[in-house]
Design a protein. Structure first.
Length: 358
C-alpha cells in the first residue's frame, strides 16, 4: 500500500510541475517510487539534476547484487542531465557505474553556515568554557556528534587513553549524547576521567561553534559518514582534523600533514599514531593554519549556489556568467596547489589506505 501511495504521490508532483511550468528539477535520490516516477517523466521534458550524498566507501556490492546495481544505477544515470554530489568521494562512486565516468558533474556539498559560525563572540566562548569547565591552560581534541555505534567513539576513547601519558597537556571533549552514553562513560579509565569532558547535548549551533573554538582539533573516528558537515564547520573555527578514511569529506577537506591526517577506519593503533602527530607541539599550530587555507580553496570551487548556477548554465537555462558554457568537469578550475592535494590523495590510496578495515 505504501508503494502505491508513493506512486500516486509522484503523479501529484508531476501534475503540480505541469501547472507551474517547471523548467528543471533537482532530484534528491532515487530510492522511492515517487522520485523514480517524477525523474522518468521529467527526463523526457527538461534537465534533471541529481543531488546525492553517495560515498564510494559504502559501495561494497559484489556478485549478483553488483550486477543488478550496475544495471539499475546505469539506468538512473541515463535519465540525468548532471550529477550534484557532495564531493570527490561521490564523484568516484558514480564513476564505477555505466555512464558515470562521463556524466557532467557539479559539486553541491552539505555546507556549513559560515556566517553563523563567524557571529559567535568571545563572550559566547567564555560562557562555554565556564559551563563545561574548559580551561584556557589546557589543549583540547573534540568529537561532536551522536553517541551511536557508527561514530566509533569507543575507538577514540581507547586511542586517546593510550596516548594520554605522552600528551599531559591535552584533554578530549566528547560533545553530544545518545544511546551509547553510559557505555562510553564506563569505558573511560578511572585514572583518566579528569582528562575527558562529556558535555551532553549542546544547546544549538552557537554552542557547538563555541566548543570548537575552545579546541585545537576535531577527531572523527566514524565507521562511515556520507559527508560529515562537522569537518568544514570545525575547520571554519580553526580546528585541524583527524578522521577515518571512509568519511566522505576527507577526500576534499583533509590534506595530509597540511591541515590534519586520515587513519584507516577501525584501526585503533593508526588512530592513536595520528593523535600523537596532531598533538605534537611542532605540528598543531601549523595544521590549524592549514585548515584555513584548505577550507578557503574548497569553498572557492564548491560553493553550493555557484554549483546550482553552473548546472543551470550547462543545462541551457541560464546564460553563462563568464560567457563560456561550463563543461561539467568539477575539477576544471582547480588551481595547481589543489591538484597537488589530489595527487597526494592518489598516493595515499596507492599505499593502501582505502584497503583498511571499514
Amino acid at each position: 500500500m505504501n508503494r502505491l501511495r508513493m506512486w500516486r504521490r509522484g503523479g501529484e508532483i508531476i501534475d503540480w510541475m505541469k501547472r507551474e511550468r517547471i523548467d528543471a528539477i533537482i532530484n534528491a535520490g532515487f530510492n522511492d517510487l515517487a522520485s523514480l516516477r517524477v525523474m522518468t517523466w521529467a527526463s523526457r521534458r527538461m534537465p534533471v539534476l541529481m543531488l546525492n550524498d553517495s560515498n564510494v566507501h559504502r559501495d561494497s556490492a559484489a556478485g549478483l547484487k553488483l550486477a543488478v546495481k550496475k544495471a539499475y544505477i546505469g539506468w538512473i544515470l541515463s535519465k540525468l542531465t548532471a550529477l550534484m554530489p557532495n564531493g570527490t568521494n561521490g564523484v568516484k562512486y558514480y564513476q564505477r557505474y555505466p555512464g558515470g565516468a562521463g556524466k557532467p558533474t557539479f559539486f553541491l556539498p552539505c555546507d556549513a553556515n559560515y556566517d553563523a559560525i563567524a557571529s559567535v563572540t568571545d563572550e559566547d566562548i567564555r560562557r562555554c568554557r565556564e559551563k563545561h569547565g574548559l580551561r584556557e591552560d589546557r589543549r583540547y581534541l573534540v568529537f561532536c556528534g551522536r553517541f551511536d555505534p557508527v561514530k566509533r567513539i569507543d575507538l577514540l576513547v581507547d586511542a586517546f587513553a593510550s596516548i594520554a601519558a605522552d600528551r599531559p597537556d591535552w584533554d578530549l571533549i566528547l560533545a553530544g549524547d545518545g544511546e551509547l552514553m553510559s557505555e562510553i562513560t564506563s569505558r573511560i579509565p578511572d585514572d583518566l576521567r579528569h582528562r575527558f569532558v562529556l558535555t551532553g547535548f549542546l544547546d544549538g549551533a552557537k554552542e557547538v561553534t563555541a566548543v570548537y573554538r575552545c579546541a585545537e582539533a576535531l577527531v572523527l573516528a566514524s565507521a562511515f559518514e556520507a559527508w560529515a558537515a562537522v569537518i568544514p564547520e570545525s575547520m571554519a573555527t580553526g580546528c585541524a582534523i583527524v578522521s577515518s578514511h571512509v568519511v566522505g569529506a576527507t577526500a576534499d577537506l583533509i590534506e595530509e600533514d597540511v591541515n590534519g591526517y586520515t587513519f584507516r577506519s577501525g584501526d585503533g593503533a593508526d588512530l592513536a599514531e595520528k593523535l600523537l602527530r596532531i598533538t605534537d607541539d611542532a605540528n598543531i599550530d601549523r595544521l590549524r593554519r592549514g585548515s584555513a587555507d584548505v577550507l578557503r580553496r574548497w569553498r572557492e570551487r564548491s560553493d553550493p549556489v555557484d554549483g546550482v548556477r553552473r548546472a543551470l548554465e550547462f543545462s541551457g537555462l541560464l546564460a553563462p556568467a563568464s560567457g563560456v558554457k561550463p563543461t561539467g568537469d568539477p575539477y576544471e578550475d582547480w588551481k595547481p596547489d589543489v591538484q597537488e592535494g589530489v595527487n597526494a590523495l592518489a598516493q595515499r590510496e596507492r599505499r593502501g589506505v582505502e584497503r583498511g578495515p571499514a
